[in-house]
Design a protein around this ligand. Structure first.
Ligand code: ADP
Ligand code: MG
Length: 258
């Protein structure tokens, strides 16, 4: 099981889109894919047409179980989607209360890691969509991943946000000895604007080989795909944006060999 966590403390940079796009492409490869939504806004959950207020069990129940997490509870909190090989652990708004309720409880940062270890044979890939907040959910998502994928919007202000995210990663890395690699993904690239090119160049200058050497273009098909509740590669297999995610995926699969 390869776990990739999609994180950035900035909203609207393409986190959920990245998780869904990669998940869709992996599922088409015949891989068994699990998307975990840990964002109380539940965008990924809605993406797959799941009504998060109607659920018997969700990511909230998994985290609430804390140390008492079981394989049975993990499996009960995972729903199939209408797309072959693609399952979702949905989020609910209640996730927003976890930090306050359970944030300081012992072992709380490792719940998802322990839970995933119990169902490691059920899936080939897990993609975790994380809220833009440093809290117990992000700590959990970082604790169990092989690689952190950091979408960064190619515009001037994005670099500041990225520096903050990198400091967060270092902090968690130091305090928990977690060992993950990371890949910065330039997103919402607009080739007509100078800002996109300049930001891309700065990213490379500052973060070098940790930056994927491609970019995800602005492509209106992403919004259309989410309206249709279909992974981008199902909705528009030949779209520029989908081809870009395919090339990113090829790169990631070369880096993280099973
Ligand atoms: P986040 O999860 O970081 O908040 P989203 O993935 O939800 O960001 O993206 C925010 C909005 O931008 C969504 O409406 C999404 O459809 C749109 N979007 C994401 N990536 C692209 C892209 N490459 N081109 C055009 N629109 C995009
Ligand atoms: Mg999101």
């Amino acid at each position: 099981m390869i776990v990739w966590t999609v994180a950035n403390q900035k909203g609207g940079v393409g986190k959920t889109t990245t998780a869904v796009a990669l998940a869709g492409l992996l599922a088409e490869q015949g891989k068994r894919v699990l998307c975990i939504d840990t964002d109380p806004h539940a965008s990924l959950t809605y993406y797959f047409g799941i009504d998060s207020e109607e659920l018997e069990s969700s990511a909230f129940d998994v985290f609430s179980a804390g140390k008492n997490i079981t394989a049975e509870l993990m499996r009960r909190s995972i729903l199939p989607t209408e797309f072959k090989n693609l399952s979702v652990m949905p989020a609910t708004m209640a996730l927003a209360t976890l930090d306050r309720k359970l944030g300081t409880q012992d072992g709380m940062g490792l719940v998802l890691k322990r839970g995933l270890a119990m169902i490691a044979d059920d899936f080939d890939y897990v993609l975790i969509d994380v809220p833009p907040v440093l809290g117990v959910l992000m700590v959990n998502a970082l604790a169990c991943c092989r690689r952190v994928l950091i979408p960064v919007q190619t515009e001037f202000l994005a670099l500041k946000g990225l520096d903050r995210m990198m400091r967060t990663l270092t902090l968690i890395h130091k305090s928990r000895c977690e060992n993950y690699a990371y890949t910065i993904i330039p997103t919402l690239y607009d080739k007509r604007t100078n800002a996109s090119l300049q930001t891309y160049k700065k990213l490379i200058a500052r973060y070098g080989r940790s930056v994927w050497n491609g970019m995800i273009p602005i492509d209106t098909k992403f919004r259309d795909a989410s309206n249709e509740q279909q992974p981008p590669s199902v909705y528009a297999p030949k779209a520029r944006g989908v081809l870009a995610y395919q090339s990113l995926l090829t790169n990631l699969q070369q880096l993280d060999v099973r």
